[in-house]
Every structure is written in C-alpha cells, then in structure tokens.
Design a protein around this ligand. Sequence first.
Ligand SMILES: [Zn+2]
Length: 196
Amino acid sequence: MDCPFSIWTTLQNTAEGDLPQELNLPAVGQKWTLVYVPDHRPQALTQRQPSMRFDESDGESRIRIFHRPDAPPTLAQVSALLEEYLRERARYHFHGLVREVADSTGLPLPDKIRIGMQRSRWGSLSTRRVLSLSARLLFLPPGLVRHIVIHELCHFEQMNHKPAFHRCVARYDPAAEANRAALRNAVKMLPDWCRM
Ligand SMILES: [Zn+2]
C-alpha cells in the first residue's frame, strides 16, 4: 500500500564540510553530542574509514568519531556511520513499538518488519504483510511515529485511503487529524545531512 506521507518535498543540499554536531532522536528520547577525534595511534594511519564509539560517562551522551589525523572525515563517511546506527536503533525500537501497538489496538501484526533508510516514504504495508518503516522516523516525536504505525496496521483492515480507513486510524489515534497535518511538514524535523 503506497501511503500518502512522502518524506521528500524538495531535495536539499548540504555543504560538504558541515559535519553534524549532534544526533537528536526524539522518537527514542536520545540526544548524542558528536565529537570528532583525530586518532594518533600508529595503527590509525592504516585505517581508511573513520570509526565511532559511544560514551555515556559523566552523565553526557557522546558519540566519538575517530579519524586519521591527516584526513578529517567527509560528510559522506559520517553519514554512513550514523545511518548504520540509525538502522540498528530503529530495528530494535520499532519492532517493540509495532508489537505494542498491535497488542493495544487488536490490529494484526505484520509477518515481517523491514527497516530501511527510505527517502521516499515513512512507511508502507505490502499485500504480503510486510511492514516497511524508514529509520528516519527516529527523528520524529513519539506521537507521530505511533500515528504512522497505526496508519500502516489499519491497512490490514482497509487497503486504501477511503473514509473507512481514516475512521480506523482515528479510532486508535485520538490526535489523528493533527498528526496527519503535522506529517506534511515533518521533513523539516530531519537534520540536513539526513535529507540529502
Ligand atoms: Zn497508507
């Protein structure tokens, strides 16, 4: 089912060199500060790609990105690292959320959940009962993510966007109207590097 909430209105350009300074994931209540660290160990000179490490000491959440001292990381390299983390975080979080929404609404569970970095859609449900969700949903507030999951699971009842379908969504999401409106501008909640 092609759902109407497309992520991309226009393609945005981010200047190379504007490395992200934080990773803010409202969907899971996480906020990381990114720190770029030249790695002066001899073995670092043989590494082509930067690597990242998570550090939650001193009550601060930091992601340290280690790179060769003679080669600052490119935006593409940093994006690739962060996307890898987003997929992993989304896989973990969205599986639990979909199960919780299915349990609390009585709507069916999909046979399979696929997490991607889709740039075209937040989510979709196939006739083969595969639910696809974009890891970019992590940048949205929990209420909007939940709305999208309810929307997709309601497609088990109605494989269309007719009035009966919207009644299903409204039954399980009292803020359905407001959330639907908020989704039209949700692309603005994505950080620049993630819109490219
Ligand atoms: Zn839909």
